[in-house]
Design a binder for this molecule. Structure first.
Ligand code: MRU
Length: 346
């Protein structure tokens, strides 16, 4: 997307490749600072996923693909296989919930199978680029399908960040909003702030402001009020992993928004590319939920907000049961969150 840089607007993608270097927008610094970081080897890319310089399932997937590519390029013929296996293991153990991470590494792994080091390196570059451009294409199609749900003046709620920083170029939950804008429709977005990492207040709001889309940030516990007041017409959120039965893991707080939406008869949609579906996971109970440091809850920035003796729990995701989801917006169309419909996607 175009980003204001001084007086000019320049086009950026959340993550990309320059030869064997991975480049990305450092999402930890937004909205204060817009900075591109360069990751010169797979170990630096592993760190960038772990320390959340990159966020959002799709962008994590693209980063993992490039990180896996870097490992293949770094491997020496002497211990080619072992080096790659170790590097892939490290990549797989960065963050547990986003399915795209595992999916992307699998694709690179498959692309280099049975190849000599020289051919494997070429295949790894090609496959990583293919994954990245597929993400862009998928986001665009999600926008096209999802846009049909939005009228001029629709008031939509979203949680966390599922825009172009989170899934290359278009995003998932925000892709329909961007598509609607290009078709002359103005959608108003309620942005949940998304404690503790504030992806909504920091990243979604930054994206929307940058695109000139009307929005307001609301406290995480305010959505129920606005729903009950008839101020929200529909909800669209992203996803980190969708089980075979449609149960969906997304940023902590998504589940309660879905229950509230049902209580208030507001349609609740999930938007995700097919790479986020995990047909091997039967239902939401089987999804591994990431637990993060308690510090993220006890502090805001460097400021401790809780008493010294208090401790915290900090789960990063929750699971919304399929029964709360009206439909899943994918690049192949809007489907029901049902086993059969999901099976047909693959
Ligand atoms: O912990 P994060 O910031 O990586 O979590 C991001 C989310 O939960 C997004 O809503 C989700 O990945 C969908 S984005 C395509």
């Amino acid at each position: 997307m175009l980003v204001k840089q001084g007086k000019e607007k320049k086009w950026f993608r959340a993550v990309w490749r320059q030869n064997s270097t991975v480049k990305m927008i450092d999402q930890r610094l937004l909205p204060k600072k817009f900075k591109i970081i360069s990751l010169k080897n797979h170990k630096q890319t592993v760190k960038a996923i772990e320390n959340m310089a990159v966020r959002g399932a799709g962008s994590i997937g693209a980063t993992a693909a490039f990180g896996a590519m870097q490992a293949v390029l770094e491997a020496k013929p002497k211990n080619f296989k072992q080096f790659i296996e170790r590097a892939f293991y490290r990549l797989r153990h960065t963050r547990p919930t986003a399915h795209d991470l595992f999916w992307a590494i699998e694709r690179i792994d498959f692309a280099i199978q049975e190849k000599n080091p020289r051919k494997a390196k070429i295949s790894a570059i090609k496959e990583a680029e293919k994954i990245s451009s597929e993400y862009c294409e998928r986001g665009k199609k999600i926008g096209k399908h999802g846009e049909k749900l939005l009228k001029n003046g629709t008031r939509m709620l979203t949680h966390c960040n599922a825009g172009w920083l989170a899934l290359l170029d278009w995003g998932s939950a925000l892709a329909p909003v961007y598509a609607a804008k290009r078709n002359g429709k103005i959608v108003f977005v309620f942005v949940d702030e998304t404690r503790p990492r504030l992806q909504g207040a920091k990243l979604t709001a930054w994206e929307l402001a940058n695109e000139g889309i009307p929005h307001r940030i609301i406290a995480d516990n305010a959505a129920g009020y606005y729903m009950s007041e008839g101020k929200i017409d529909l909800c669209i959120v992203g996803a980190d992993r969708i089980a075979a039965n449609g149960d969906t893991a997304n940023k902590i707080g998504t589940y309660e928004k879905a229950v509230l939406a049902k209580e208030n008869s507001i349609p609740f949609y999930v938007a995700a590319p097919t790479s986020t579906f995990d047909p091997n996971t039967k239902n939401g109970k089987k999804i591994v939920i990431e637990e993060r440091p308690e510090r993220e809850v006890l502090f805001i920035g460097k400021q401790r907000i809780a008493p010294k003796k208090s401790r915290a729990f900090n789960v990063a995701f929750d699971v919304t049961k399929a029964k709360y989801i009206k439909g899943i917006i994918t690049e192949k169309g809007i489907i029901k969150p049902k086993k059969k419909a999901i099976k047909r996607l693959f």
